[in-house]
Design a binder for this molecule. Structure first.
Ligand SMILES: [Zn+2]
Length: 85
C-alpha cells in the first residue's frame, strides 16, 4: 500500500541521433585516419544522405603526421547513439 511516485525514465527523455565517422587516407604519406563529423544537419541520417549533401567536400583535412592538407575519403560509417534531451 504505497502512494509513492516513482519517476519514469521512458523513451520520452532520450533520443537517438546519428553520428558519422569519416575514414580518410593522406594523399602524401598514405596514412589512414578517422574522425567524427561535427554539425551534421539533422535531416542527414544515412551515408547516402551525407554523400549527396556535398558536406564531405567541405571537410577540412590536415594529416597529423606530415601535415598534408589533402585527404582521400575512403569510407563513411554511421552509428546511432542515445543522447538525453
Ligand atoms: Zn600524411
Amino acid at each position: 500500500m504505497s502512494s509513492q511516485m516513482i519517476p519514469e525514465y521512458g523513451d520520452d527523455c532520450r533520443s537517438e541521433v546519428p553520428r558519422f565517422q569519416l575514414f580518410l587516407t593522406c594523399y602524401n604519406c598514405q596514412r589512414p585516419s578517422a574522425r567524427y563529423l561535427q554539425a551534421v544537419p539533422s535531416h542527414i541520417t544515412t551515408e547516402d544522405d551525407l554523400i549527396e549533401s556535398g558536406l564531405l567536400a567541405k571537410q577540412a583535412f590536415l594529416c597529423g603526421k606530415c601535415e598534408c592538407p589533402i585527404g582521400t575519403i575512403t569510407g563513411v560509417k554511421v552509428e546511432w547513439i542515445d543522447v538525453p534531451y
